[in-house]
Write a protein that binds this ligand. Structure first.
Ligand code: KDG
Ligand code: MG
Length: 402
């Protein structure tokens, strides 16, 4: 089953997406997400210039062999650009494998291990009142888990705070906007938000929060302790994870569960955090961590250490990634939760998909393959637009992690 065509499609139905589409000699097609927010064209070039010539003529059935050939064959290993490109090929091959056998991909991954995929939505507001109202809207929509972010008094813009609807999109057209940050103001405001949320929503709704890599370990420890009375499902990205020793310090101080990994691209990025049980949830996802093949390896390692999965699922991961994530989520034993930010109506039209939301859960469906496609004619109506994520500075002008 030779691959005879490989196309890289870049489109912007509200935000930029890069999609790889493979076609086999018998006319089967498979799609893979290759979107790396703010650096999209680097992955498109990696695929077009270096990977497409390698996959044409390969046997589409050799998923594992293709993964290792692209990983080991490049000599230069890991990194988000490389691993996103490999993920796109891997995802498309799993899609083809399912279609060739007439079964959904989750059947090839061991079948359904649960009834549905628990997801969390994004509630945010300019202040605590608005964020609480947004969380109540999610609960009314049937969500059992809600991530909450609120504007920090004294700061003009805050990470995770959207523009009044149910979605949040940080990438801005043109050059990156700059935001200001104060750790002191943030640490004072977050416990107030969660006190109000527990009061409003009661004890059963799962509450999550993303610190977005902005704290030092001792600051994160203070936040984790302050949030203990509100029993969060997780505190995400408390510190930048390059220095993983920081997590040991946080762990010594708080029982608030920790999640990390959306910027990781390889099992080697998570190995210490998992094997030393320094985290509770690993957030690597299909598109940025080498595809379904590599994500399963990470999940199987994590299973041995009581670490569960919680894949990244922001709007910059296309519906192709979301579909692949759901086949993984429903089949892997140590699944924890899946992030679910609803895509725009235009994005949903460009990427028709079989997955459906009901009662706080997503289901990947039973369509052969991944159950997702790209409407290329429609995609062509939404050409690429330069866009960047914001840059953050402290109040005195020093650059800080966004
Ligand atoms: O591209 C960056 C976003 O995906 C990221 O900021 C979203 O942190 C995020 C999350 O948890 O969804
Ligand atoms: Mg995050």
């Amino acid at each position: 089953m030779k691959i005879v065509d490989a196309r890289v499609i870049v489109c912007c139905p509200g935000r930029n997406f890069v999609t790889l589409k493979l076609t086999t000699e018998d006319g089967l097609t498979g799609v893979g997400d290759a979107t790396l927010n703010g650096r999209e064209l680097a992955v498109a070039s990696y695929l077009e210039d270096h990977v497409v010539p390698l996959v044409i003529g390969r046997d589409a059935r050799r998923v594992e062999d293709t993964w290792h050939s692209l990983y080991k064959g490049a000599y230069w290993r890991r990194g988000p650009v490389t691993m996103t490109a490999i993920a796109a090929v891997d995802t498309a091959l799993w899609d083809i494998a399912g279609k060739a056998l007439g079964v959904p991909v989750h059947r090839l991954l061991g079948g359904r291990a649960r009834d549905g995929v628990l997801v969390y939505g994004h509630a945010s507001g300019a202040d605590v009142d608005e964020a609480v109202r947004a969380a109540e809207r999610y609960v009314a929509l049937g969500y059992h888990a809600v991530r909450a972010q609120a504007g920090v008094p004294g700061l003009a813009a805050s990470y995770g705070v959207g523009r009044g609807d149910l979605s949040y999109e940080p990438a801005e057209r043109g050059l990156p906007p700059e935001e200001r940050w104060s750790t002191e103001k943030y640490l004072t405001s977050v416990p107030r938000l969660f006190a109000r949320l527990r009061e409003a929503l009661g004890p059963d709704i799962h509450l999550l929060h993303d610190a977005h890599h902005r704290l030092t370990p001792i600051e994160a420890a203070r936040l984790g302790k302050a949030l203990e009375p509100y029993h969060l499902f997780w505190l995400e990205d408390p510190v930048p994870a390059e220095l993983q020793d920081g997590f040991r310090l946080i762990r010594q101080h708080t029982t608030t569960p920790l999640a990390v990994g959306e910027v990781f691209s390889s099992i080697h990025d998570c190995q210490t955090l998992i094997t030393e049980q320094l985290i509770d949830y690993i957030r690597t996802t299909v598109v940025h961590a080498g595809g379904i093949t590599h994500l399963r390896r990470i999940a199987h390692l994590a299973e041995l250490y009581h670490v569960r999965t919680g894949s990244h699922g922001a709007t910059d991961l296309s519906p192709v990634c979301m579909a692949a994530a759901l086949h993984f989520d429903i089949s892997v034993h140590n699944f924890g939760i899946q992030e679910y930010m609803r895509h725009s109506a235009d994005t949903d039209r460009v990427f028709p998909h079989a997955y459906r939301f009901a009662d706080g859960m997503l289901d990947p469906g039973e369509a052969p393959g991944l159950g997702v496609d790209i409407d290329e004619a429609l995609a062509a109506e939404f050409p690429y637009q330069r866009a960047y994520l914001p840059i953050t500075r402290k109040l005195d002008g020093t650059i800080h992690s966004w």
